[in-house]
Design a binder for this molecule. Sequence first.
Ligand SMILES: [Zn+2]
Length: 459
Amino acid sequence: MEIKQAAKDFFVNQDIRSQAIADLAEIIEIPSVASAAEGIYPYGKECAKAIDKAAELAQKYGFATENHDYHCMSVLFGEGEEEIGIVCHLDVVPAGDGWSVDPYKLTVLDNILMGRGTHDDKGPFIQALYTLRFFKENNIKLPFRVRLILGSDEEVGSSDLDYFVKVRKPPMFSFTPDSEFPVCIGEKGILAAEVQFGDLPENILELQGGTVTNAVAGKAYAVVKTEKALLPAENIFVFDCDKGVKIEAVGKACHAAMPENGKSAISMLLGYLIDNGILPQESYFGFLRTATEEYLGNSLGIAASNADFGYLTCVGGVIEVRNGKVVMHFNIRYLPDDDYRVIMANIQKSVEPFGGKAVVAEQSNGYFVSADDNKIKALTDACESVLGIECKPYTMGGGTYARWLPNTVAFGSAIEAERNYLGSERGNAHQRDEYISVKELFAGMEIYSQALANLAELF
Ligand SMILES: [Zn+2]
């Protein structure tokens, strides 16, 4: 196909490649971690600087831009009644410790480009911008307008896209390069539920497990008053302290979307306290022990599965004491066709016998598009044609930017075979030494160009 060859020729050009890397370096230099509003900047000055820089880069190549009051911005290309959207974000997570290079200066090595945001999601912004350059500079017309939407609040709450929907009509179809190739055709719904139980028993002075509600708890502890001599056990540590005896459980933390990789320290701790006669099994503690040990929602009466998504998952990520009452936080990843209100009702029914009261803390809908949809096929085909490998659309439990805008799927730009240059603990999104590989950067541009060309054939 002629587009394929033209895109290949364009992105192999040394000038284009050096310009792309230089542009990426300029945007990486801005530590655009979203922060509190400052004047007209809803996510702080650094996020606003990133928006201004992106506008400057886009205008340099002759594109029109729109600033949506620093919540997000648009880069526009072409004409047409309908729009196709590409959605990226310019905010990043904090750099964190342990980098081997300066996180806010692009480090260019032979095969990888390192810096905070290279992979998530400033590199993908450059990929999208250069995809538009390809069409513009080769005078290739598309039957729709392309709107590249650049947000500033993906990592915190995605309220940037809520704002976009208020001020502009969402494109008829969009993809977000904020995940992995090929195409993510479905994400589970996410429900954070808080269940409040009764008073903390008198013999328990402190109780706390987990640090974030969307992960399996890696650590949990209790301080108890007891006359009994308590012995340590596997991954259970016992110390005397001022107030009494402190018991610490060490499990294995992992993300709530993939709970099969973890082991709940909360369940281990409650199990130990029950088995040693400190807490009664016939109480909400016995219930919570089981509910945090398993992760399929059986205890809460909400288990479900289907062929596209596999199982609903349910992680009791945090246990804490609030105003003297024990509160358990559950993070549930449910099948997008199910109604979260029905799930909540079932949870309430399950916790009621133990005096529990369940409330919604947070909820966001998932989505599902059939792999047979012709737009999905257009994206998948682009991926196969450029990478030369068979690509199968996937679903997942993790949430991406796609869920915040109607008719949007996640599409790239990570290429699995390119993600392991620094091992599994370094180099990926949110990790130290984050990178995008040179191959990912330019192959992604070819894929996005081909994808738009394929979509054009549907018009
Ligand atoms: Zn991202």
